[in-house]
Design a binder for this molecule. Structure first.
Ligand code: URP
Ligand code: ZN
Ligand code: ZN
Length: 473
């Protein structure tokens, strides 16, 4: 019996990295990439399996650093479990997720983290890490940040400037958490919306009888995303240039503040999500009847008359937006979004998208918005570097995990709730017809999807311990 690791050869494809696209063979031994070889040179090796990658791009597996599997939120729970959500991720070529464990006021951070490990362990089809949401910044939580960064492989903490009574931290709490992050080398992720001002606008809208989903967007104006982003940047500067990562940027005003801070050399980074690149307040959130509830998430969709999406694509080109994540947080229309029929403020905030990120951003390549290299950079390499997982993840290189996607650039992908694999009863991108599609996915050397046949399993995915950001300036 041979004890040597299983060998797989991926041959005939074009390996795409942040620096180029080159015809190469990829040799996999066990769970890792062993070598990149000149085209055809792989034929000289004895292998167990050969995968014909002709006609495909060979990419590092997608890294989605913003998901919320089974998140308790808005009086219900996100409808994808770690099992269903990571299976859907595979279908979309994502082989690593970083989900958010949640600590609420009064909870012990380590206990909250343990609860999230329990939800995920043995259920994930792909590798996963955790950021920690701090909903109650106090002395204990601040101490716990050091412990998590040093001992638990959790090097990023999300704070909220909105959702009073649920997650909101005031400026003093934010400053203290940023000071702690500065000293322990972790990153602060910020949900940047001015929650107090939004709460006033929401109360006023409801008092007027403006209860439809569109008012979710109208009561969260872009200026309040810009203001909160600016405040977060100022607080991070005062705390000692704490690495700051602004999540789910949707407004040009926020992007301007980020770009300005970056032009001053600050450790300020940001992501956007496909929903903000393709969907608008008028065409989606303002859909007739209760249909707009499908598009209730925060930050909200923006007006198509203000060109936010144009600016976001530009931000992705200039690296003022470094990452595309999904903020995957699905709630079914039936029984979940419906909680807010007659009161938009009761609609659970969130949307599903973990399955479609690579395709939707690749469409940006097809449309001339992004280069092929930048697609790989924003969807795999930079997220891995940003959150301390590189070069284990995010790159096809000897020694890296063999997380590999074969992507057919001329396939057609049609998005529909009837065919998607996420556990949610609608798709925000229903009817989208995209050029390109995932053909084959390997997770740590194992084929988990091939030409429409899923061969993954819950429990294959392992927890990824992360270090400090590798993207600092
Ligand atoms: O609406 C959203 N984004 N729901 C998920 C929680 C968050 O703020 O990221
Ligand atoms: Zn958020
Ligand atoms: Zn989120």
């Amino acid at each position: 019996m041979s004890l040597s690791p299983r060998r797989t050869l991926v041959t005939g494809g074009t390996v795409v990295s942040t620096t180029g696209a080159t015809a190469m063979d990829v040799l996999v031994e066990g769970e890792r990439i062993a070598a990149l070889l000149a085209p055809g040179a792989g034929a000289g090796f004895t292998v167990d399996t050969t995968i014909d990658a002709s006609g495909t791009y060979v990419l590092p597996g997608g890294v989605d650093v913003h998901t919320h599997m089974q998140l308790p939120f808005g009086g219900t729970e996100a409808s994808d479990t770690f099992e269903t959500g990571t299976r859907a991720a595979v279908w979309g070529g994502t082989t690593t997720i970083v989900d958010f464990a949640v600590q609420r006021t009064g909870e012990v951070v380590q206990e909250s983290l343990a609860a999230w490990h329990e939800k995920a362990a043995g259920n994930c089809a792909v590798d996963y890490g955790f950021h920690m949401i701090l909903g109650g910044v106090d002395d204990e939580a601040l101490k716990a940040m050091d412990h998590l960064a040093e001992h638990e492989g959790i090097s990023s903490f999300k704070l909220f400037m909105a959702y009073k009574g649920v997650f909101l931290s005031d400026d003093g709490q934010i400053l203290r958490a940023m000071q702690q992050a500065s000293s322990n080398g972790s990153t602060i992720m910020m949900h940047a919306e001015n929650g107090s001002a939004i709460d006033v606008l929401v109360s006023q809208a409801l008092a007027r009888g403006d209860v439809d989903p569109v008012h979710h967007g109208l009561t969260r104006p872009a200026a309040l995303e810009g203001e909160a982003t600016n405040r977060a940047i100022a607080l991070a500067e005062v705390a000692g240039d704490t690495p700051l990562y602004i999540v789910h940027v949707s407004a040009s005003q926020a992007l301007e503040r980020i770009a300005e801070a970056r032009s001053r050399g600050r450790n300020v980074f940001a992501e956007t999500c496909p929903q903000y690149l393709y969907l608008t307040l008028e065409d989606h959130l303002a859909a007739p009847g209760f249909d707009g509830a499908k598009y209730v998430f925060s930050t909200p969709l923006r007006s198509k008359h203000e060109n936010h999406a144009r600016d976001l694509w530009k931000g992705l080109r200039t690296d003022d937006l470094a990452v595309v994540s999904t903020d995957h947080c699905p709630f079914c229309l039936k029984d979940q979004k419906e909680l807010g029929r007659g009161n938009f403020a009761m609609i659970p905030n969130g949307v599903g998208g973990v399955e479609h990120r690579l395709d939707l951003v690749h469409q940006g390549v097809v449309d001339g918005q992004l280069s092929l290299q930048r697609w790989v950079e924003t969807c795999a390499t930079t997220p891995a570097r940003m959150f301390g997982m590189y070069p284990q993840k995010g790159v096809i290189a000897p020694g890296s995990d063999a997380d590999i996607v074969l992507y057919d650039p001329v396939a057609t992908t049609r998005i529909s709730a009837a065919t998607h694999h996420m556990a949610v009863d609608y798709s925000a991108f229903e009817g989208f017809e995209l050029t390109g599609g995932v053909r084959t996915v390997l997770s740590r050397g194992t084929v988990v999807l091939d030409r429409g046949v899923y061969t993954g399993r819950p429990g294959h995915g392992r927890f990824v311990r992360r270090g400090p950001s590798q993207y600092l300036r």
